[in-house]
Write a protein that binds this ligand. Sequence first.
Ligand SMILES: CC(C)(COP(=O)(O)OP(=O)(O)OC[C@H]1O[C@@H](n2cnc3c(N)ncnc32)[C@H](O)[C@@H]1OP(=O)(O)O)[C@@H](O)C(=O)NCCC(=O)NCCS
Length: 389
Amino acid sequence: MITAYSGAELPQGDSPELVLAQATPKERTESIKLNSTEWKGPLDVDSYLAREDTLLQQRLTKKGLTCWILVDRREPEDARTIFSSCETYKKTAIVACGGKVEDASAHGVGSVYCRPEFRGKGYAKRMLQELSKKVDAWLAESDRRERPLFSILFSDIGKRFYAQFGWIPYSSSHFALPSISKEEYSSQVTMVTLPEVRELCAEDVQRCICSTDVVRKERELLRVASMHSPGSKVAITPDFNHFLWHWAREEFYSHKLYPDKDTPILKGAGNDDAKVYCAWNRNFGATPEENTLYILRWVYNEPTSPEETETTVKAMAAILRRAQLEAHEWNMANVEFWNPTSLLERAVALLDPSAEIVHREKSSIASLRWSGNPEENVEWLCNEKYAWC
Ligand SMILES: CC(C)(COP(=O)(O)OP(=O)(O)OC[C@H]1O[C@@H](n2cnc3c(N)ncnc32)[C@H](O)[C@@H]1OP(=O)(O)O)[C@@H](O)C(=O)NCCC(=O)NCCS
């Protein structure tokens, strides 16, 4: 462990000697070891390091992940004291304004961390101030198609901390439905008969959720929205690499925690008649109560008649029930999905009229920092779990 500084000599958070630097591979390992106490969950430290290395090899992150550390610029590389750390992930995005749609890039920020003995001294604040400057500079330096117009993060420490640096909280709600056993799944729960669902493997998800047709519809959604109100409309492109990244994570855990079980190959469910599909991943927490099957992304066509609405809602309800069963098979307490639309609210009401939407105040607060005009009112569409990092 790097221990150049002892407690008495620690610099002030606003010291001119502190700089934000890219971690060397050795320093990245060091920062992962430091934050393991917070995020390793059921893994031991070595497995947690192996998880991070596995994730780094994914297409989403291989070229686009940077580990940042706040250090004293006078210390030599590989021997620098890490005052605070975080990661940025490069993502592709769609941005529409005034009826014009363009491809852009964006950054995700994650793993913001300061070791317990250094906390409360302003290091994380300083790191985020420096990071904001970098993110804005990337916008100025990039060519048009590559412009990182915004960055996102998911705060686990409420809505205030990141807002002071420009990461403004956006809609952060969800439904959580309990897992159900095979017996419960086979029994009739609703007054209406629900349709059959099709189980989706990774290739199906690629076809049904990440196709060029889906992306085209999403661009159109943003374009139309941008004609009806001022300000940019943005979304993280639902490219397949996001899903592969989430699944690499779940597969790493499932191999470690359930070595006798087969790799989880079911990655979602759908209904072809209604053309409703979802992709999911299994999230293994520190305790079984924290195990959650997250619906990463829903895809469906906006219905144009009452009949179509009913068909869509019933398909959603059937898919949700299949997700509840899948959660049970993997010892997950709940199925969760973010920022439900009114159609999904109706689907949940079909399954459980007493289920209530949760508006999160503390954890996974979807936050967005716009690097363009600070006065602009930016709307984040398709704000679902797939974009989480
Ligand atoms: C959050 C964290 C990075 C802050 O690091 P730090 O260097 O102590 O932060 P700073 O000294 O720059 O700023 C302290 C501020 O952090 C905020 N903060 C820290 N922990 C918080 C928490 N659990 N809930 C809400 N705010 C919190 C407070 O707003 C505090 O402000 P105050 O000084 O006005 O009370 C650090 O506590 C940490 O690593 N926690 C564990 C990992 C974590 O939760 N990371 C955030 C993931 S989104």
